[in-house]
Design a protein around this ligand. Sequence first.
Ligand SMILES: Nc1ncnc2c1ncn2[C@@H]1O[C@H](COP(=O)(O)OP(=O)(O)OP(=O)(O)O)[C@@H](O)[C@H]1O
Length: 369
Amino acid sequence: MFLNSIELQNYRNYRELKLATPNKVNVFLGPNAQGKTNLLEAIFALALSKSHRTSKDKELIGWQGDTARIAGEVSKRYGNVTLDLTYSSQGKKAKINGLEQRKLSNFIGSVNVVMFAPEDLEIVKGSPGVRRRFLDMEIGQVQPGYLHTLTQYGKVLQQRNNYLKTASPGSVNNAMLDVWNMQLAEFGVKIMKKRKHFIHKLQTFAEQIHAGITNGTEKLTIHYRPSFDTDAMQDESVLFDQFMIKLTQVKDQEIRRGVTLAGPHRDDLAFFINGKEAQIFGSQGQQRTTALSLKLAEIELINEEIGEYPLLLLDDVLSELDQNRQTQLIETFQDKVQTFITTTGLESVNMAKLQDAGIYHVRDGSVTI
Ligand SMILES: Nc1ncnc2c1ncn2[C@@H]1O[C@H](COP(=O)(O)OP(=O)(O)OP(=O)(O)O)[C@@H](O)[C@H]1O
């Protein structure tokens, strides 16, 4: 897919922007704090209806007004589509080809993106929550139904946790807890199965890409670590039963601690390089390469799932990669995906390798070619 143009109104530090993006590679160049990342964030939001760096939509609204708007025209396999997203204190409104979408899930994924930013190193180095967010964002893009299940799971989890906080060992309403357990397991099983499936596919691509970047010296493997031991991923009813059994096992502990201890909200995944866990034993360079391999794998995975390559958003990352890895990155995306790069200086970008590049100067919320 290809983003032909983007339009912003009162979005972050952009009062009004209309930008044609006819090139395969688009480099946004400028000093710090001018609005380069804000531009990538807006493209990201057009794909997922939310920012990659904040969960608070109101932060996206420019200080000069009370509504922010992002619009874009995207060429896809079957034709052009216009997307329009408005944020206000009342929430967000999304339109596809001028038609307002009652469900945001119809809008999400109309354009697909893969973002690679310095903080992605945290997917390897950081806490399980970062990895779960990574999984959820990526699966949600290709399967919007997943996000709906996740929301339903979150609601049950919250109610269950609220109840556990007030319950004491002598005063447990078992009938009520059973109802929540069943709902938690019903949605939880769906989430776990989707995660398992996604990780399996990601592994296939990431292993190949990682081997390419490291000249075959490193084998990357990705392991799903659910919150309870199970090998019953294929059979939903067996997995459901195991989930229910686990909840029974941890019941007393949950009542004591006032929190739900089993379920996908406590899942994790682990990355191994040549059999050694990258989070613990990997060097900074190996961890960075792992994060890069994951992102490049996502590009292939999205193509496989939806039959079209996503847009690639590279936020200030080229300067962090050595020549070898930069070349690998550029060669991987160049022919396949339209790319948007932010940088503070062209010297950090291997321009000689880039074909069909448009360079845009970003200054204080305005863009010139
Ligand atoms: N809601 C908002 N309304 C107006 N301006 C905002 C809003 N949110 C952030 N900004 C401004 O946007 C600017 C930051 O833009 P951005 O994060 O895109 O920087 P950048 O050009 O990517 O810089 P760097 O190279 O440091 O990453 C800051 O000047 C900040 O004050």
